[in-house]
Design a protein around this ligand. Structure first.
Ligand code: G3P
Ligand code: CA
Length: 388
């Protein structure tokens, strides 16, 4: 199914220029130098998506392979490692309407909330996008209450070393992230990019906690709501991205889960389409009318067989590029259980597989970037790729 395409086939001169930028960007990262890749590579000046090295290395929830996710410690390490963009953060609201960085509204698995007897009575069972979920939810806490909690490692079986940092960092707010971005940009003399995701927009709107207006208002207040602002916004719900398109000028990315899945906003509005419909040339053209890119799960780029081994790439990269969309698939992690079976080594749940082999396969498809929990590994893989 599909063809394995070279980068030249998938993009032409523009993409070759950006690959030049990638060479410089990776070198800069390794040497600890400012990137400054846009003008050096002849790309469009003035910032914007095109100033980023390609393939772009995105620190997923920070450098979450090494620190508890969505903490300033994880974000900082991703930047220090040289990530081009930091996914700071996945955004969910508090009861009093603040935006905080957590992967899910349920925070039992990523904080010490269960150790706080004063919050024992807040434990709830809710239907979250159709999934019955039990735990503690950010929308039931004020920001002041959440600030008494501390972040913990989500997957200690895969990342036992990260538990060393349990209890060290608070839950960051979106406002704190934007101030951190400015401070890091000043210190480094290089623009720092972030890639926040709006989580469960339909769920929160029904609770009276609409996300899009809040995100737009905060970005506007910080002067970061424009086309060339160093903030890419993402969501799994296409109607959320459409709403954002009317509110802000930022680059927008529609996330795509498995082919058979249906975005929750589609379920709520009775739109029968699944992700399989959205990744057709027609579906992609429609996305391109309000977004600049897609963030597909890696399996939409290269499917796996029943044994978990990679099959031939799909035509998604070619089709998305033809529609004018960039692709930032998610998520590559170094540990065995998260890798295609071809690249697992040994049986340890916390052992690393041949992740460089996996990067070679995915980069060869012509993707524009990748979310990874291990940005340092991703940067080395990019260096190998652009120098091959
Ligand atoms: O945002 C890209 C990727 O993070 C989407 O997956 O579930 O990790 O937020 P998730
Ligand atoms: Ca995310």
């Amino acid at each position: 199914m599909g063809t394995r395409e070279s980068n030249d086939q998938t993009g032409g001169a523009g993409r070759r220029a950006l690959l030049g930028a990638a060479v410089l960007g990776a070198g800069g990262a390794v040497l600890g130098l400012p990137g400054g890749t846009a003008s050096a590579a002849g790309a469009r000046p003035g910032g914007g998506l095109r100033s980023l090295p390609v393939p772009t290395v995105i620190g997923h929830r920070g450098a979450s392979g090494y620190r508890p996710e969505h903490t300033l410690g994880a974000y900082q390490l991703a930047l220090d490692m040289g990530a081009d963009i930091v996914e700071a953060g996945d955004l969910v609201p508090t009861r009093d309407g603040h935006l905080v960085c957590r992967h899910e509204p349920e925070i039992g698995g990523t904080t010490d909330v269960a150790d706080h007897p004063e919050f024992a009575g807040r434990k709830r069972t809710k239907s979250l996008d159709g999934v019955v979920t039990t735990g503690w939810f950010t929308e039931d806490f004020t920001l002041a209450e959440l600030k008494t909690l501390r972040a913990t490692e989500r997957i200690p079986a895969n990342r036992p070393h990260n538990t060393l940092y349990d209890g060290r960092w608070e839950i960051p707010t979106f406002e704190e992230v934007l101030r951190w971005q400015d401070e890091q940009t000043r210190r480094r003399g290089k623009q720092v990019w972030i890639y926040p995701e709006l989580k469960h927009p339909t769920y929160f709107r029904k609770l009276g906690l609409g996300l899009e207006e809040r995100v737009a208002r905060i970005l506007r207040r910080h002067g970061k709501d424009r086309k060339n602002s160093p903030v890419i916004l993402q969501s799994f719900e296409p109607t959320s991205i459409q709403r954002l398109d009317k509110l802000v000028g930022n680059p927008l990315v529609v996330l795509l889960s498995g082919a058979g899945s249906r975005p929750w906003d589609f379920v709520e509005t009775g739109d029968d389409r699944t992700v399989a419909d959205l990744v057709t040339p027609e579906g992609l053209r429609e996305i391109a009318s309000y977004a600049q890119g897609i963030g597909p799960t890696l399996d939409l780029v290269i499917p796996r067989d029943a044994a978990g081994r990679l099959k031939e790439p799909t035509t998604l990269v070619r089709d998305a590029h033809r529609a004018g969309l960039i692709l930032h698939p998610y998520t590559l992690r170094n540990e065995n259980p998260f890798l295609p079976a071809d690249f697992r080594r040994g049986t340890g749940a916390d052992a690393y597989g041949d992740v460089f082999g996996a990067y070679r396969a995915y980069f060869a498809t012509g993707i524009d970037g990748i979310f990874t929990d291990h940005p340092d590994t991703g940067l080395l893989a990019r260096e190998d790729f652009v120098n091959r």
